[in-house]
Design a protein around this ligand. Structure first.
Ligand SMILES: [Fe+2]
Length: 306
């Protein structure tokens, strides 16, 4: 569950008061409506690029090309201006701690629980298996390295020389947009229909801006040892590669989980109609809340957009 802090005024460096999470939440229905309109742009195009070029997704799945394209158009924009700072040199340990504290407490620590809520809504058997496998790996790591992903995340924190308390301590505040994003994840994972929660968690949260290229087989990952050496936390901040086992675990399982994510959503949401609208608008709302969350973290880190 989201742990909401008592109401407080938060000021950025210019003294402007940042909005509290409770002020942001009522905006979400409006946001959803606005983003639904955005989602519909170009949605009438057929067929999707995936079908024209040969999708790696199995034909046995009841493919919903229009919905897939709407979701991919959102994932194409899962990017934030502060990412250039986070993947480059020059951040202090305190700035890194702010970033990782938010990531850990907003969704990394509790991702298995969020998945469990979707599973608890009694989806069809094949979806239960896919969610259970994902949940099992996230909570135990026993499909890869035998360590849970939240624990592997903290190994990286150790490697960076950041005290774990700076990440885990519940008395350290999170930005209001972080609470709002977490509230959205809590709602999407716990409220029916299950396919909306599955889309938000497994397509949006677990997916990346590279989703389209990966589905098309156009993104070749370098060998893991090379990828670890090039990782910004290793290259710029001195994290020993052996403390980056989270990246190894993700490499071991991510292909199967990406495939499962698209199959479980596209296989159970019709291409058009209320369910398709619910899935697309929830993912669009997650994207908007995530962008606001990243804005809040960047503000707390003292970063400024160039
Ligand atoms: Fe993970």
């Amino acid at each position: 569950m989201a742990r909401h802090r008592p109401e407080r005024a938060i000021c950025d460096k210019d003294g402007a008061r940042a909005p509290h999470a409770l002020e942001l939440l009522p905006a979400l229905p409006w946001l959803r409506a606005a983003l639904r309109a955005t989602c519909d742009d170009g949605a009438g195009q057929t067929p999707s690029v995936l079908y024209n070029q040969g999708s790696p997704l199995p034909r046995s799945c009841r493919m919903t090309r229009r919905l897939q394209e709407r979701l991919l158009a959102i994932m194409d924009r899962k990017n934030h201006w502060a990412w250039a700072h986070l993947t480059g040199p020059g951040l202090t340990r305190d700035q890194l701690a702010v970033h990782f504290r938010h990531e850990y407490r907003v969704y990394v620590r509790d991702f298995p629980v969020l998945l469990a809520r979707v599973l608890g809504q009694s989806p069809p058997a094949a979806v239960r298996s896919a969610l259970a496998e994902n949940l099992f790996e996230e909570q135990t790591g026993k499909l890869s390295l035998g360590v849970s992903h939240p624990a592997l995340f903290l190994e990286m924190i150790d490697g960076l020389g950041i005290p774990r308390a700076a990440i885990e301590d519940e008395s350290l505040p999170l930005e209001p947009e972080a609470h709002a994003y977490r509230a959205l994840l809590d709602h999407a994972s716990a409220a029916p229909p299950w396919v909306v929660g599955a889309a938000v968690l497994t397509i949006f949260v677990e997916g990346s801006v590279h989703e389209r290229a990966e589905l098309l087989g156009q993104r070749e990952a370098p060998p893991i040892e090379e990828a670890l050496r090039a990782h910004p936390m290793v290259r710029h901040y001195g994290c020993p590669p052996e403390r980056m086992r989270l990246a190894r675990a993700h490499r071991a399982v991510e292909g199967g989980h990406r495939q499962d994510a698209w199959e479980m959503v596209l296989g159970h949401a019709p291409d058009e109609g209320p369910m398709a609208e619910a899935v697309a608008s929830a993912v669009a709302a997650a994207h908007a809340a995530w962008l606001a969350y990243r804005d809040g973290v960047a503000r707390a880190m003292g970063l400024r957009q160039a």
